[in-house]
Design a binder for this molecule. Sequence first.
Ligand SMILES: [Zn+2]
Length: 225
Amino acid sequence: MNRNELIACHDCDALLQKPRHSGKGSARCPRCGAVLHRPSAVQLERITALTLASLFTFLIAQAFPIVELDLNGVTSQTTLIGALIALWNEGMELVAIAVFCSTFLFPLIELTALLYVLVPIRVGVVPAGFNLVLRAIQFVRPWGMIEVLMLGILVTIVKMTSLARVIPEAALFAFGALTLMLAVVVMFDPRALWDIADTLLARQARAAGPRQPGARASNGSTQAR
Ligand SMILES: [Zn+2]
């Protein structure tokens, strides 16, 4: 049996034959019942829209102040980047870098990389560097920690209310919305894209004619995860 026709269940490691794209209905592992494959067309539309919305919300969350503090008439407000600069200036460079990566850099990479592959795949084109970008998404995904930041902000706000008047600003709501949106975005398994790219490349290879030795090889390489 062709190695590329096999798929391992990510829950129980059972080795199974890859489900054929039937259009509707999801395929489940016969041993543990984990979902192996979901119909991708509807999912693709939904996840592209949600990723785009998340990116806009992300930019709003980064550009606007999170909270405004009012202490005896003296007000001060800051954005996330402003807080990071303050951390850096206080001599906590490592903390500043860790927060920058987990709340700005990695989520931004994940969202833009997802859009980079999703938009062309939707119109039936496999973008350049497809495998590399998908691997990058899987690498940065566990390091994006917007939800941890959100929890930290909420705890801080509750603590601060006894010291000063805390006025929530636009970015706080944007971070709240972003936490929920990202929870849905990360439910999308980029592996589905590999399957779609496989189908597209196979179709392109067929359209290019049977005398295209390179086409089948590149199709096979998309399987190497
Ligand atoms: Zn299983």
